[in-house]
Design a protein around this ligand. Structure first.
Ligand code: ZN
Length: 146
C-alpha cells in the first residue's frame, strides 16, 4: 500500500492498542508518533533494489522492530514503555497486513526458508484498496474518540 495509507492505518491500530493503557488523547498522540516512525522505517529497511525483503516484511522481524521503536519512543515521550512496545508491534504488524493484500505480499518463514505470502494481489497503489483502508482507519479513530 501507499506509505500514507500505512501511516493512517497504523495510527488507527496503534490507537486501539494504546487504549489498553492510556486515555484517548494520549493514545492518539502516541499512535501518531509510532506510526510516523515505524512505517517509513519498515519500508526504508525492508526494500532492496525496489523489492521487499524479509528484513522487515516478515511478522517476527516486524514485531521486533515495532516493539523496539515503540519502547524507545515510549521512554522518550514519558509514556508507559510496555504499552508503547505493544502498540509499536501492532503498528508494524498492521503494515504487514496491508502489504499482504498487494501483489508482492510479505514473507513468512516456513521449513527454514522465507516464502512469499499474500492474501490478494492488488497493486500497492490501487485507489480503491488504499481508500478503503484509509476509510476503515478513520472510522476506527472516530469510533474510539467519540
Ligand atoms: Zn511495506
Amino acid at each position: 500500500m501507499l506509505l500514507k495509507t500505512h501511516v493512517i492505518f497504523g495510527v488507527a491500530v496503534g490507537f486501539l492498542a494504546m487504549r489498553l493503557g492510556a486515555p484517548p488523547a494520549a493514545s492518539l498522540a502516541a499512535a501518531a508518533v509510532l506510526s510516523a516512525l515505524i512505517n517509513p522505517a519498515m519500508d526504508y529497511l525492508g526494500h532492496e533494489s525496489g523489492r521487499r525483503v524479509p528484513r522487515t516484511h516478515e511478522p517476527m522481524h516486524a514485531a521486533a522492530l515495532g516493539a523496539a521503536v515503540g519502547a524507545a519512543a515510549g521512554l522518550a515521550l514519558g509514556l508507559h514503555a510496555a504499552y508503547c512496545a505493544l502498540a509499536g508491534a501492532a503498528v508494524s504488524l498492521s503494515h504487514l497486513l496491508l502489504d499482504a493484500f498487494t501483489e508482492h505480499g510479505i514473507y513468512v518463514r516456513r521449513g527454514g526458508r522465507y516464502r512469499r505470502f499474500a492474501l490478494a494481489h492488488l497493486r500497492y497503489n490501487d485507489p480503491a484498496a488504499n481508500g478503503l483502508a484509509a476509510a476503515i482507519s478513520l472510522l476506527v479513530l472516530a469510533a474510539g474518540l467519540l
